[in-house]
Design a protein around this ligand. Structure first.
Ligand code: FES
Ligand SMILES: [Fe+2]
Length: 282
Protein backbone atom coordinates (compact mmCIF):
# COMPACT_ATOMS: atom_id res chain seq x y z
CA UNK A 1 0.00 0.00 0.00
CA UNK A 2 2.96 2.28 0.60
CA UNK A 3 3.37 2.78 -3.13
CA UNK A 4 3.82 6.53 -3.58
CA UNK A 5 6.21 8.83 -1.76
CA UNK A 6 3.36 11.00 -0.42
CA UNK A 7 1.32 8.11 1.02
CA UNK A 8 1.09 7.46 4.74
CA UNK A 9 -0.62 4.63 6.53
CA UNK A 10 -1.87 5.11 10.07
CA UNK A 11 -1.95 1.89 12.09
CA UNK A 12 -2.64 0.86 15.65
CA UNK A 13 -0.40 -1.71 17.27
CA UNK A 14 -1.17 -2.93 20.80
CA UNK A 15 -3.37 0.14 21.31
CA UNK A 16 -0.66 2.61 20.28
CA UNK A 17 -1.01 4.88 17.24
CA UNK A 18 1.75 4.80 14.62
CA UNK A 19 2.07 6.05 11.07
CA UNK A 20 4.10 4.58 8.21
CA UNK A 21 5.55 6.66 5.39
CA UNK A 22 8.60 6.76 3.13
CA UNK A 23 11.58 8.95 3.86
CA UNK A 24 13.61 10.95 1.35
CA UNK A 25 15.70 7.85 0.59
CA UNK A 26 12.52 5.90 -0.25
CA UNK A 27 12.81 3.64 2.78
CA UNK A 28 9.77 2.91 4.91
CA UNK A 29 9.67 4.46 8.37
CA UNK A 30 7.28 4.23 11.30
CA UNK A 31 6.80 7.05 13.81
CA UNK A 32 4.34 7.70 16.59
CA UNK A 33 1.18 9.23 15.15
CA UNK A 34 1.22 12.12 17.60
CA UNK A 35 2.88 15.49 17.17
CA UNK A 36 5.44 16.51 19.81
CA UNK A 37 3.88 19.99 19.88
CA UNK A 38 0.19 19.61 20.79
CA UNK A 39 -0.33 15.87 20.16
CA UNK A 40 -2.25 16.30 16.92
CA UNK A 41 -2.35 13.05 14.87
CA UNK A 42 0.29 13.43 12.16
CA UNK A 43 -1.63 11.09 9.88
CA UNK A 44 -4.14 13.91 9.36
CA UNK A 45 -1.35 15.83 7.64
CA UNK A 46 0.76 15.17 4.56
CA UNK A 47 4.16 13.82 3.54
CA UNK A 48 6.43 16.53 2.12
CA UNK A 49 9.87 15.61 0.76
CA UNK A 50 10.13 12.48 2.88
CA UNK A 51 8.98 14.21 6.06
CA UNK A 52 5.59 13.90 7.69
CA UNK A 53 4.04 17.33 8.25
CA UNK A 54 1.66 18.02 11.10
CA UNK A 55 -1.57 19.61 9.84
CA UNK A 56 -1.86 21.89 12.90
CA UNK A 57 1.22 24.16 12.92
CA UNK A 58 3.35 22.49 10.27
CA UNK A 59 6.09 20.79 12.28
CA UNK A 60 7.86 18.20 10.11
CA UNK A 61 9.45 14.89 11.18
CA UNK A 62 11.78 12.52 9.35
CA UNK A 63 11.45 8.71 9.48
CA UNK A 64 13.77 8.69 12.50
CA UNK A 65 11.22 10.81 14.40
CA UNK A 66 13.43 13.91 14.50
CA UNK A 67 11.62 17.22 14.12
CA UNK A 68 13.41 18.94 11.24
CA UNK A 69 11.09 21.88 10.64
CA UNK A 70 9.30 24.05 13.15
CA UNK A 71 7.73 27.05 11.41
CA UNK A 72 6.59 30.24 13.18
CA UNK A 73 8.78 29.75 16.24
CA UNK A 74 12.37 29.50 17.46
CA UNK A 75 13.33 25.87 16.66
CA UNK A 76 13.70 23.47 19.58
CA UNK A 77 15.44 20.11 19.59
CA UNK A 78 12.62 17.63 19.81
CA UNK A 79 11.10 14.59 18.17
CA UNK A 80 8.74 11.66 18.42
CA UNK A 81 9.38 7.95 18.91
CA UNK A 82 10.30 6.01 15.78
CA UNK A 83 10.27 2.21 15.54
CA UNK A 84 12.77 -0.08 13.82
CA UNK A 85 11.23 -0.77 10.44
CA UNK A 86 12.18 -3.25 7.70
CA UNK A 87 10.59 -3.88 4.34
CA UNK A 88 10.72 -7.43 2.96
CA UNK A 89 8.61 -9.50 0.53
CA UNK A 90 6.14 -6.66 0.05
CA UNK A 91 5.49 -6.26 3.79
CA UNK A 92 6.66 -3.59 6.20
CA UNK A 93 7.68 -4.98 9.60
CA UNK A 94 7.82 -2.82 12.69
CA UNK A 95 9.32 -3.60 16.07
CA UNK A 96 7.43 -2.00 18.98
CA UNK A 97 9.44 -3.85 21.66
CA UNK A 98 12.21 -2.50 23.90
CA UNK A 99 14.75 -5.26 23.16
CA UNK A 100 16.81 -5.33 19.97
CA UNK A 101 14.76 -6.88 17.15
CA UNK A 102 15.76 -10.20 15.56
CA UNK A 103 18.43 -9.85 12.88
CA UNK A 104 16.50 -11.90 10.32
CA UNK A 105 12.84 -12.05 9.45
CA UNK A 106 10.93 -15.10 8.24
CA UNK A 107 10.32 -15.05 4.50
CA UNK A 108 6.66 -14.77 3.60
CA UNK A 109 7.23 -15.32 -0.09
CA UNK A 110 5.25 -18.22 -1.54
CA UNK A 111 6.94 -21.03 -3.47
CA UNK A 112 7.94 -20.20 -7.05
CA UNK A 113 5.40 -19.97 -9.90
CA UNK A 114 2.71 -18.34 -7.82
CA UNK A 115 1.08 -15.09 -8.87
CA UNK A 116 -0.59 -12.71 -6.46
CA UNK A 117 -4.29 -12.38 -7.21
CA UNK A 118 -5.46 -10.27 -4.34
CA UNK A 119 -4.01 -8.38 -1.41
CA UNK A 120 -6.49 -7.15 1.12
CA UNK A 121 -6.02 -5.18 4.31
CA UNK A 122 -8.92 -5.11 6.72
CA UNK A 123 -9.52 -3.80 10.20
CA UNK A 124 -11.61 -6.50 11.84
CA UNK A 125 -13.65 -6.20 15.03
CA UNK A 126 -12.29 -9.44 16.53
CA UNK A 127 -9.21 -10.14 18.61
CA UNK A 128 -6.31 -11.78 16.79
CA UNK A 129 -6.25 -15.00 18.85
CA UNK A 130 -9.83 -15.91 17.95
CA UNK A 131 -9.22 -14.99 14.34
CA UNK A 132 -6.12 -17.19 14.05
CA UNK A 133 -7.88 -20.13 15.69
CA UNK A 134 -10.57 -19.75 13.08
CA UNK A 135 -8.05 -19.68 10.23
CA UNK A 136 -6.25 -22.77 11.57
CA UNK A 137 -9.44 -24.77 12.12
CA UNK A 138 -10.78 -26.55 9.06
CA UNK A 139 -13.38 -28.76 10.69
CA UNK A 140 -15.74 -25.80 10.37
CA UNK A 141 -15.48 -25.55 6.57
CA UNK A 142 -18.45 -27.72 5.44
CA UNK A 143 -20.74 -25.92 7.89
CA UNK A 144 -19.51 -22.34 7.55
CA UNK A 145 -18.29 -21.98 3.98
CA UNK A 146 -21.34 -23.41 2.27
CA UNK A 147 -21.56 -20.56 -0.25
CA UNK A 148 -17.87 -20.44 -1.18
CA UNK A 149 -14.95 -22.89 -1.24
CA UNK A 150 -16.60 -25.72 0.72
CA UNK A 151 -19.82 -25.70 -1.29
CA UNK A 152 -21.00 -29.29 -1.69
CA UNK A 153 -18.38 -30.77 0.65
CA UNK A 154 -19.71 -33.72 2.60
CA UNK A 155 -19.12 -33.92 6.34
CA UNK A 156 -16.48 -36.58 7.10
CA UNK A 157 -16.72 -38.92 10.11
CA UNK A 158 -13.33 -37.76 11.30
CA UNK A 159 -11.20 -34.73 10.49
CA UNK A 160 -7.48 -35.03 11.23
CA UNK A 161 -4.60 -32.62 11.21
CA UNK A 162 -1.36 -34.54 10.65
CA UNK A 163 1.91 -33.00 11.79
CA UNK A 164 4.63 -35.15 10.24
CA UNK A 165 7.39 -32.56 10.26
CA UNK A 166 6.96 -30.05 13.01
CA UNK A 167 4.26 -29.31 15.52
CA UNK A 168 3.30 -25.98 14.00
CA UNK A 169 2.61 -27.23 10.49
CA UNK A 170 0.99 -30.19 8.82
CA UNK A 171 -1.76 -31.30 6.48
CA UNK A 172 -5.44 -31.91 6.85
CA UNK A 173 -7.15 -35.20 6.15
CA UNK A 174 -9.50 -35.48 4.24
CA UNK A 175 -9.19 -31.83 3.16
CA UNK A 176 -6.53 -31.09 0.52
CA UNK A 177 -4.93 -28.34 2.58
CA UNK A 178 -1.48 -27.91 4.15
CA UNK A 179 -1.17 -25.36 6.90
CA UNK A 180 1.48 -23.69 8.99
CA UNK A 181 1.23 -21.40 11.95
CA UNK A 182 4.12 -18.99 11.93
CA UNK A 183 4.50 -17.24 15.27
CA UNK A 184 3.61 -14.73 16.38
CA UNK A 185 0.60 -14.04 14.19
CA UNK A 186 0.74 -15.59 10.73
CA UNK A 187 -1.03 -18.46 9.04
CA UNK A 188 0.19 -19.90 5.74
CA UNK A 189 -1.94 -22.37 3.86
CA UNK A 190 -1.68 -24.22 0.56
CA UNK A 191 -4.85 -25.62 -0.93
CA UNK A 192 -4.66 -28.37 -3.55
CA UNK A 193 -7.36 -28.01 -6.19
CA UNK A 194 -8.86 -31.49 -5.84
CA UNK A 195 -11.95 -32.84 -4.11
CA UNK A 196 -11.67 -33.64 -0.37
CA UNK A 197 -10.46 -37.22 0.26
CA UNK A 198 -8.61 -37.52 -3.06
CA UNK A 199 -5.15 -37.24 -1.49
CA UNK A 200 -5.52 -40.20 0.93
CA UNK A 201 -4.37 -38.10 3.83
CA UNK A 202 -1.10 -36.96 2.27
CA UNK A 203 0.07 -33.39 1.68
CA UNK A 204 -0.95 -31.30 -1.33
CA UNK A 205 2.49 -31.67 -2.97
CA UNK A 206 1.07 -34.16 -5.49
CA UNK A 207 -1.61 -31.73 -6.74
CA UNK A 208 -0.91 -29.95 -10.00
CA UNK A 209 -2.74 -26.73 -9.10
CA UNK A 210 -2.71 -24.86 -5.82
CA UNK A 211 -4.02 -21.81 -4.10
CA UNK A 212 -1.75 -20.25 -1.52
CA UNK A 213 -2.89 -17.96 1.27
CA UNK A 214 -1.08 -15.80 3.75
CA UNK A 215 -2.92 -14.29 6.69
CA UNK A 216 -1.10 -11.84 8.93
CA UNK A 217 -3.17 -11.01 12.02
CA UNK A 218 -1.72 -7.96 13.70
CA UNK A 219 -3.14 -7.15 17.15
CA UNK A 220 -4.19 -3.53 16.76
CA UNK A 221 -6.22 -2.85 19.88
CA UNK A 222 -8.42 -4.69 22.36
CA UNK A 223 -10.81 -6.87 20.37
CA UNK A 224 -9.47 -5.59 17.04
CA UNK A 225 -7.14 -7.03 14.42
CA UNK A 226 -5.51 -5.62 11.32
CA UNK A 227 -5.63 -8.48 8.84
CA UNK A 228 -3.33 -8.57 5.85
CA UNK A 229 -4.45 -11.21 3.44
CA UNK A 230 -2.57 -12.30 0.34
CA UNK A 231 -4.06 -14.72 -2.12
CA UNK A 232 -1.94 -16.47 -4.76
CA UNK A 233 -2.56 -19.09 -7.44
CA UNK A 234 -0.39 -21.31 -9.58
CA UNK A 235 -2.81 -20.53 -12.43
CA UNK A 236 -2.33 -17.53 -14.72
CA UNK A 237 -3.91 -14.66 -12.86
CA UNK A 238 -5.78 -13.18 -15.81
CA UNK A 239 -4.62 -9.68 -15.02
CA UNK A 240 -5.37 -8.65 -18.58
CA UNK A 241 -9.07 -9.00 -17.80
CA UNK A 242 -10.48 -5.70 -16.55
CA UNK A 243 -11.38 -5.61 -12.85
CA UNK A 244 -10.14 -9.18 -12.22
CA UNK A 245 -8.47 -7.96 -9.01
CA UNK A 246 -11.84 -6.80 -7.78
CA UNK A 247 -13.38 -10.19 -8.52
CA UNK A 248 -10.70 -11.94 -6.44
CA UNK A 249 -11.02 -9.40 -3.68
CA UNK A 250 -14.77 -9.88 -3.65
CA UNK A 251 -14.39 -13.67 -3.39
CA UNK A 252 -11.83 -13.38 -0.60
CA UNK A 253 -14.15 -11.04 1.28
CA UNK A 254 -17.03 -13.46 0.89
CA UNK A 255 -15.03 -16.29 2.50
CA UNK A 256 -13.95 -14.01 5.31
CA UNK A 257 -17.45 -12.75 5.97
CA UNK A 258 -18.67 -16.31 6.37
CA UNK A 259 -16.24 -16.63 9.28
CA UNK A 260 -16.55 -13.16 10.73
CA UNK A 261 -20.13 -13.24 11.91
CA UNK A 262 -19.32 -16.40 13.89
CA UNK A 263 -16.10 -15.13 15.42
CA UNK A 264 -17.67 -11.77 16.29
CA UNK A 265 -20.41 -13.75 18.01
CA UNK A 266 -17.83 -15.77 19.97
CA UNK A 267 -16.12 -12.58 21.05
CA UNK A 268 -19.41 -11.18 22.27
CA UNK A 269 -20.06 -14.32 24.32
CA UNK A 270 -16.51 -14.19 25.74
CA UNK A 271 -17.14 -10.63 26.88
CA UNK A 272 -20.18 -11.95 28.72
CA UNK A 273 -17.98 -14.52 30.47
CA UNK A 274 -18.14 -17.55 28.16
CA UNK A 275 -15.18 -19.96 28.09
CA UNK A 276 -14.52 -20.85 24.45
CA UNK A 277 -12.36 -23.83 25.50
CA UNK A 278 -14.85 -25.48 27.83
CA UNK A 279 -15.18 -28.65 25.71
CA UNK A 280 -11.86 -29.47 24.00
CA UNK A 281 -11.84 -32.38 21.54
CA UNK A 282 -8.95 -34.33 20.06
S1 FES B 1 0.29 20.18 17.03
FE1 FES B 1 1.64 19.59 15.50
S2 FES B 1 2.60 21.38 14.91
FE2 FES B 1 1.31 21.99 16.49
FE1 LIG C 1 -13.36 -20.22 7.77
Amino acid sequence: QLTESDIMIPIESFEEPWVLFRGKDGRAGCVRDECAHRACPLSLGTVVDGRIQCPYHGWEYNTGGKCEKMPSTRPLKTGIRALPCIEQDGMVWIWPGDETPAATLPSLLPPENYTIHAEIVLELPVEHGLLMENLLDLAHAPFTHTSTFAKGWSVPNMVKFKTPMQALSGNWDPYPIDMAFQPPCMVLSTIGLVKPGKLDGSSTASCSKHLHQLHVCMPSSRGKTRLMYRWLWTLPNGRSMPYIDRVWTHLANQVLNEDLRLVEGQQDRMKRGANVWQTPVG
